[in-house]
Design a protein around this ligand. Structure first.
Ligand code: FMN
Length: 212
């Protein structure tokens, strides 16, 4: 992709309000979009998140009722719910370190210095700071998936206009280590979506990017 094509993708993307319920994302593109979540970066590589792909139409209908009745929830080809961790423990850090040892073929003891750095960082955070930190990671993945979708000419709409507690109940997350933050609808714009041709509203670039 050259520079112009990247810019074209970014300009092509908009928050899709009306999806064509008859158009499905082909499997090969969907696998790439799943990888955009899987390959998203996170602080220290800890991957403290869960992404729930909701394929069941009954569940989608229930979620729409907890999303200000936004049609994207039922009509988009795919719906992903983005979830953060309720807590982060010593065991979670060990899971990550064991995975590094396995994937890179190194002894777990060789990661001892790294381990104490991670534990110091995690344990130094107050509960509020830890919560905000864990949630921020999830939004990085949201951005990754939206940008990847735009490159594949798959439309998206991020959805924070939802009742996260109702999502948790509907998806059975209440007794799990995760809770809902937001959702992402992915698919193809309907011809009737008037938002597709609206001018993008952004502040002047100099107002938001400062060079020092
Ligand atoms: C985190 C997040 C949550 C959003 N929630 C909603 C939503 O619930 N419903 C909706 O129609 N649009 C939602 N949007 C879309 C924004 O309103 C939209 O991105 C913004 O107005 C800029 O327009 P553009 O994306 O078309 O450039 C959300 C966007 C983001 C990034």
């Amino acid at each position: 992709m050259n520079a112009n094509e990247v810019l074209e993708s970014l300009e092509w993307r908009y928050a899709t309000k009306v999806f064509d319920a008859n158009k499905q994302i082909p499997l090969d593109k969907w696998h790439v979009l799943q990888e955009s979540l899987h390959l998203s970066p996170s602080s220290l590589g800890l991957q403290m998140w869960k992404f729930i792909e909701v394929d069941c139409s009954q569940l989608r209908q229930e979620l729409r009722g907890a999303s200000w009745d936004q049609s994207q929830v039922t009509d988009a080809s795919k719906l992903v719910v983005f979830c953060a961790r309720k807590s982060f423990t010593h065991e979670d850090v060990m899971d990550h370190l064991n995975r590094i040892a396995q994937v890179r073929g190194v002894a777990i003891e060789s990661l001892d210095v790294y381990k104490s750095r991670i534990l110091d960082l995690v344990e130094s955070k107050s509960p509020e700071v830890l919560k905000a930190w864990l949630e921020r990671q999830v939004y990085i993945a949201l951005g990754f998936m939206m940008s990847s979708a735009a490159m594949l000419r798959v439309d998206t709409c991020a959805l924070e206009g939802i009742d996260p507690s109702a999502y948790d109940r509907i998806l059975g997350l209440e007794d799990s280590p995760y809770y809902t933050l937001c959702a992402l609808a992915l698919g193809y714009r309907a011809e009737s979506d008037s938002y597709a041709t609206m001018q993008k509203v952004r502040f002047d670039i100099k107002k938001v990017i400062e060079a020092r």
